[in-house]
Design a protein around this ligand. Structure first.
Ligand code: ATP
Ligand code: MG
Length: 405
């Protein structure tokens, strides 16, 4: 379970910050208990507790929870089906259910007035408590709600609030993280507590050594920063600048972006465009290296940064936490043996006049079989000395070729 899931608050008292707005929600909750609540719209940036607050109202009052999200807003039919139990459940179980329209500004209202109408009907008729959440109160797609709901603004949390909170969590988890790092995480989060918790979790991992291959923790924060500015800004300039100013290795960044596009982009079209652009960028990158034509890097870097950024069409969606590129993990886990393989291939290529790549992919597997057979025939020591003397291999290299076990 992810850290932010583990520590998700189940009551309004557990929601950090935004005391005024949380009090509004508290009032809503009390009214709902009496069966006379006016629908409320909780809006504000990502990761500040909007959805958590709405759910907390249901949990603390013992209400059922009917939760709708972006994928339910595609068309009227999907929405109607999902809402059916909301309208009938009271009759069946005599239990109040809170209806939560999460991220209502994802409504495709422009193309399908039907969904909008259903929501208006529910607002007019339903007696259940209703909560909406959205990022932007002024989004045109939800203008039809404006005079029908109370509104509560959850603003970005203060660095101090985040710092205190993640410090507590780190202590609860029994992890020692330096204050300096905690502060950096808090500052970097821009008031997004979920983001901060994800970074904190990564800092935990780093304590366990995963960071080895990219250096310090700060290094990783730097990577996250660049990723944010590429995957979350939808801004050509900001993304390009972030990429240009960072001194993180080109290929490394490419791996991080590759790995994390699906953690921020959800719609298929965005995913396709982002990967298209990334692929094109990486072709420029390879060409630049192969032809020694380094000015091509210009295009590669614009594609990877600004190109990928504008492939995301709206405000960034949080799909999953940033993840560590599988490829880098693999590369670092196998670093030792890859180095050895490389040096064996080098020695052999001098004898055989084949490329190292050919030797690694085509010849080494066969060589290992041959060595195995020879060991059976002549004994280990004889084979070792032949390999050492005949091919000039080092002891450890020879070991790589011997049958294991
Ligand atoms: N104010 C807060 N107090 C305590 N925990 C919080 C707060 N804000 C966020 N969190 C943590 O972050 C997680 C995500 O919060 P939540 O889902 O409520 O964000 P949100 O505001 O709905 O964001 P989004 O707009 O991305 O949906 C929660 O499960 C919780 O662990
Ligand atoms: Mg939410």
């Amino acid at each position: 379970m992810l850290l932010y899931e583990k520590y998700t608050p189940y009551t309004l008292n557990g929601i950090i910050g935004n005391s005024e707005a949380v009090n509004q929600v508290r009032k809503f909750s009390e009214d709902a208990q009496k069966g006379k609540s006016k629908p409320i719209l909780i809006y504000g940036p990502s990761g500040v507790g909007k959805t958590a607050a709405a759910r907390a109202v249901a949990y603390t009052n013992g209400f059922g929870l009917i939760e709708l999200n972006a994928s339910d807003y595609r068309d009227a039919e999907t929405l109607r089906k999902k809402l059916l139990p909301a309208v009938t459940s009271r009759g069946l179980f005599n239990k109040t259910s809170l209806i939560l329209f999460d991220e209502i500004d994802e409504l495709s209202g422009k193309f399908d007035k039907g969904a909008e109408n259903i929501i208006l009907q529910i607002l007019a008729k339903a007696r259940q408590p209703i909560v909406f959440t959205a990022t932007d109160y002024w989004d045109m797609r939800i203008s039809f709600l404006r005079n029908k709901v109370e509104k509560a603004y959850f603003k970005p949390l203060a660095t101090r609030e985040i710092m205190d909170y993640i410090k507590k969590i780190a202590a609860k988890e029994g992890k020692e993280i330096e204050d300096k790092t905690l502060l950096e995480i808090a500052q970097r989060s821009n008031g997004d507590l979920r983001g901060a918790l994800n970074d904190l979790e990564f800092a935990f991992d780093s304590a366990q050594g995963i960071m080895d291959c990219i250096g310090t923790r700060n290094r990783k924060l730097e990577v996250f920063n660049v990723l944010d500015r590429i995957l979350s800004t939808n801004s050509f300039d900001a993304a390009k600048k972030a990429f240009g100013e960072s001194d993180i290795d080109f290929e490394m960044l490419m791996n991080w972006i590759d790995e994390n596009i699906p953690n921020r982009y959800a719609p298929k079209r965005e995913l396709r465009n982002a990967y298209d652009t990334l692929a094109l960028g990486s072709r420029f990158y390879e060409k630049a290296g192969r032809m020694n034509y380094w000015s091509l890097l210009r295009y590669a870097s614009v594609m990877l940064s600004a190109g990928v950024s504008v492939a995301g069409e709206g405000h960034s969606r949080y799909v999953a936490p940033y993840s560590f590129p599988a490829r880098i993990k693999y590369m670092s886990a196998t670093k030792k043996s890859r180095e050895k393989t490389g040096s064996i291939a080098k020695a052999l290529s001098e004898h055989m006049h084949y490329s190292r790549k050919y030797i690694i992919t085509e010849f080494m597997p066969v060589l290992k079989l041959i060595v195995g057979k020879e060991v059976e025939k002549q004994g280990k020591d004889a084979v070792i000395s032949q390999l050492e003397n005949g091919l000039g291999l080092e002891k450890e290299e020879v070991n790589m070729l011997l049958p294991q076990g």
